[in-house]
Write a new protein. Structure first.
Length: 321
């Protein structure tokens, strides 16, 4: 069987600090590659934080929310769609020098002077170029105050030396059509990124693996109260929820890997900041497809059809001279 080694970076980001987060990412990629990884995965919006404070600051014209939104915009990268020189250049260089594929969750600023953000996942190839850029289709609940809705342009599975890789963000895993859009492209490894890993997220990851007959690499964040600016801490704790501790980990990881039969290969790892590495026997996917291939021999294209608009949606405004 073909083997591939994957690494999940369950390490804290530098909250609202793009330069330091990029520096940390380079170090984590290098460390993971030295451990033999060919695929390195970071959690949802690891660059430059999951803005949990929005759940507690959703009031109209809330001054604190406006302040932190402006800060988040300032510390969110604008991407070069061609994979050229942008804020991620050091990360691209690390992927190229280490010969690994990187899947990174980030807050993506729509433009240099834009007031809009996307909850995005970028897949960077071994040459440092962009293999795919997925923007979360529908931000969840109060997240819609922070992020614009994405589009279908990134609902793609890409070939890499680690295998055929697709990815979704958090509650997109509860969207059956988004799941099927990737199942139909024969994923071997699915990357699922989350801010945290309650039981519902763990169920979703295992279901995706069982349904898609693929490996699901789930990346959850770790973030301590020590890593949050003092004047943001109360709002961040409120956003995490009523059980948020006074000190310690507000986001406690839970990264895991599920196999193509839905069982755990790496059970959820909580309360640890570390890089989680595992070697996968990718041929297992094809053994499990004997009895179920939801987009193949188990499909009914005569009954069901799915159409996907893969156009990249920008502002919809065009200018003529």
């Amino acid at each position: 069987m073909t083997q591939t080694t994957v690494a999940i970076v369950q390490q804290p980001p530098a909250l609202l600090d793009l330069e330091e987060s990029v520096r940390r990412a380079v170090g984590h990629i290098t460390e993971a590659a030295q451990a033999g990884a060919t695929l390195v995965v970071f959690p949802e919006t690891w660059l430059t934080c999951y803005p949990a404070w929005v759940f507690g600051l959703a009031g109209w014209r809330d001054g604190t929310a406006r302040h932190w939104h402006a800060r988040l915009l300032d510390q969110s990268p604008v991407l070069d769609p061609e994979g050229g020189d942008d804020s991620l250049s050091p990360i691209r260089a690390a992927a190229r020098e280490s010969g690994v594929t990187v899947v990174l969750g980030l807050n993506e600023r729509a433009g240099k002077a834009s007031g809009s953000l996307y909850n995005s996942l970028i897949t960077i190839g071994r040459d440092g170029g962009t293999l795919n850029l997925h923007r979360k289709l529908t931000p969840t609940h109060t997240e819609r105050i922070v992020w614009a809705a994405g589009d279908g342009a990134g609902l793609r599975v890409v070939d890499t030396p680690a295998g055929r890789i697709g990815s979704l963000v958090c509650w997109e895993h509860f969207n059956p059509l988004a799941r099927h859009a990737l199942h139909a492209q024969n994923e071997e490894i699915h990357v699922a990124v989350w801010p945290d890993m309650p039981e519902s997220h763990r169920i979703a990851a295992r279901l995706y693996a069982l349904e898609g007959r693929c490996f699901v690499v789930s990346a959850g964040q770790v973030l301590s109260t020590d890593g949050i600016p003092a004047d943001l801490l109360a709002a961040y704790r409120a956003g995490v929820g009523p059980d948020a501790p006074e000190s310690g980990l507000l986001l406690n990881g839970g990264s895991s890997i599920a196999g193509p039969d839905g069982s755990w290969i790496v059970e959820p790892v909580f309360d640890e900041a570390r890089i989680i590495t595992a070697t996968l026997e990718t041929g297992r996917r094809y053994e499990e497809s004997l009895d179920l291939d939801v987009a193949g021999h188990y499909a009914r294209p005569d009954v069901f059809q799915l159409t996907i608009d893969r156009g990249r949606r920008e502002s919809g405004v065009s200018f003529t001279e």
